[in-house]
Design a protein around this ligand. Structure first.
Ligand code: MG
Ligand code: ZN
Length: 220
């Protein structure tokens, strides 16, 4: 068992080097890139669907969708107005890595975009360990998942730059203790910028869009 640790470390450092190359490629083209992570069903694709029309006149957006199978999410991104949408089927892998993103970047003329949205595979564990080269990591949590997730998945909450709390329209119907949730987040990632919102009703979307636009402008 002791020999497995260095092997894993080597894989991760090779991934980190490729992530740096991806970052350099994005920076050279002036593209701001985000990596959206969440458990399955939290609303990553819905967030992208609701985000794209709101950015329509403000930023040129490409979407890269990671899934174990199907191109359903990339199809939804295209329908919602992504100028390009690329599906990465991971062939069973439960996360995206820097090699996979590099493959997607090679299919895009990055000079044509301001923002790249990467939707990671739905999984609250390993996506946090694999850097992609994106500028910001976004975690989407949702009310029906329960208020204990920061306590159970600390690695994911610790490593992200922004937190979207989706499905706040369901708060009246679900026993979700916001204080318990927030205390878990605060312990792991103090001052994490948080956007409570509902992709269904649109409540809270404006703050999220403003934050994205500010970052796109800063990076262009
Ligand atoms: Mg999805
Ligand atoms: Zn994985």
């Amino acid at each position: 068992m002791t020999q497995r640790i260095p092997i894993v470390e080597n894989i991760l450092s090779a991934n980190d080097r490729l992530a740096e190359e991806n970052r350099a490629r994005l920076d050279a083209a002036g593209v701001f890139a985000i990596n959206i992570m969440a458990s399955p069903g939290a609303g990553k694709t819905s967030l992208i669907e609701q985000t794209l029309p709101r950015l329509a006149s403000l930023a040129r957006v490409a979407v890269v969708d990671g899934d174990i199978a199907t191109s359903l999410d990339a199809d939804r991104a295209a329908a919602a107005g992504a100028l390009a949408s690329i599906q990465i089927n991971t062939g069973g892998e439960c996360h995206l890595d820097a090699v996979m993103l590099r493959g997607a970047l090679e299919q895009l003329d990055l000079t044509k975009f301001d923002l790249l949205i990467v939707e990671n595979v739905g999984n609250l564990v390993c996506p946090a360990s694999f850097k992609l080269g994106t500028h910001k990591s976004i975690l989407v949590a949702s009310i029906p998942e329960g208020d204990d997730k920061p306590h159970k998945y600390p690695g994911m909450y610790r490593g992200v730059d922004a937190l979207v709390v989706n499905k706040i329209d369901l708060l009246p119907y679900i026993n979700f203790r916001m204080e318990f949730f927030t205390s878990g987040v605060q312990a792991l990632n103090p001052d994490l910028i948080t956007f409570p919102l509902s992709c269904r009703t649109g409540e809270g979307m404006d703050a999220w869009i403003d934050w994205l636009i500010q970052n796109v402008k800063r990076n262009s």
